[in-house]
Ligand binder design. Structure first.
Ligand code: C5P
Length: 309
């Protein structure tokens, strides 16, 4: 069996430019890989075709899953018979929640299937396959812990990883937001810019100069205004604004939206600190937090992660 832990990402900034004729928007974003991860394993199968079994969090489809699409795409590009695969995917990353779990699973499936079949992929071949699968996939195909993302997502400029520790508390309300719907609503709203358009460049420069975890905490308030999709996400799910207010009130920290949502997150000095606040939120739950799933993690993944429920 070949195994991987496909990680989630957070968007620390997200500038959305104009939509092109292909329906995709120009992006400028800082992506950061985090410890919260799925579990993927695969090996030669006994059935006549690829078989995917999904466990863990509910709501992850097998039909059209990026894992199967990745395997199919790779097989189509190779002119030799390749064995069917038995694939197991355990979902721990909330689905359609702005964390790109599906994209990360797809990138990992490409790697694992290539290894299982003994196919050597050149970096440019891997990038092309990843970009075909989806805009967020090339980031995960790179080994980068953090990166400046441009184009529609396929232009990945790796940044040095964060030095030292960062704790993260994630709150995912029980509502998914389709990425396509969020981008469409952003256009309908006249493409509002959230805030300071220089933040992506400033933060990228800070990463290059050597950003440590404690310094990242100091960026949180400014980064709160660095996601252009926040107005669209709140229009689609008004409860998101109430949830953010409640989280900020209860934790006295700035909370940020990842991607098109629906996950909100806050920085902490360590995963333990994040888990401690998560436990307080989970015990005295106000109506505003009802149903939100909480995860405490860090950059590399404490195992087991703290999660509620
Ligand atoms: O590439 P991916 O499948 O993740 O994109 C999902 C949808 O999000 C696209 O069909 C498009 O509507 C929207 N999108 C966009 N601009 C991007 C990335 C995604 O408009 N750069």
């Amino acid at each position: 069996m070949f195994s991987a832990r496909p990680a989630a990402k957070l968007n620390l900034t997200l500038e959305v430019g104009e939509g092109g004729p292909d329906g995709f928007h120009e992006l400028r974003s800082i992506f950061m890989r985090i410890g919260l991860s799925d579990r993927l394993s695969l090996g030669p199968g006994k059935a006549g075709s690829d078989r995917l079994v999904v466990s863990g969090l509910p709501g992850c489809p097998t039909d059209g899953n990026l894992v199967l699409r990745a395997v199919t795409l790779l097989r189509e590009g190779v002119r030799q018979p390749l064995s069917p695969l038995d694939i197991e995917l355990e979902k721990r990353i909330p689905i359609a929640a702005g964390l790109a779990g599906g994209s990360s699973d797809g990138a990992a499936a490409l790697e694992l299937a290539a290894a299982c079949w003994g196919i050597g992929l050149a970096p440019d071949e891997k990038l092309a396959l990843a970009a075909t699968l989806g805009s967020d996939v090339p980031f995960f195909g790179s080994a980068a812990h953090a990166a400046l993302i441009e184009g529609r997502g396929e232009l990945v400029t790796p940044l040095p990883g964060i030095e030292g520790k960062v704790g993260l508390l994630l709150a995912t309300p029980p509502v998914s937001i389709s990425t396509a719907a969020a981008f469409a609503r952003h256009d309908d709203l006249g493409r509002p810019a959230a805030g300071d358009a220089r933040l992506t460049d400033e933060l990228a420069a800070a990463f290059r100069a050597g950003l440590d975890g404690q310094a990242l905490l100091g960026w949180a308030t400014r980064l709160q205004a660095a996601n252009d999709l926040w107005p669209a996400a709140v229009q689609l799910v008004p409860a998101l604004a109430t949830l953010r207010d409640a989280l900020e009130d209860r934790t006295q920290r700035p909370w940020l939206l990842s991607g098109s949502g629906s996950t909100l997150f806050a920085f902490y000095p360590s995963a333990n600190d994040a888990a401690a606040d998560g436990a307080i939120l989970a015990t005295g739950r106000s109506a505003d937090l009802d149903g939100a799933m909480l995860h405490a993690t860090d950059l590399d993944g404490p195992d087991p992660e703290w999660r509620h429920p």
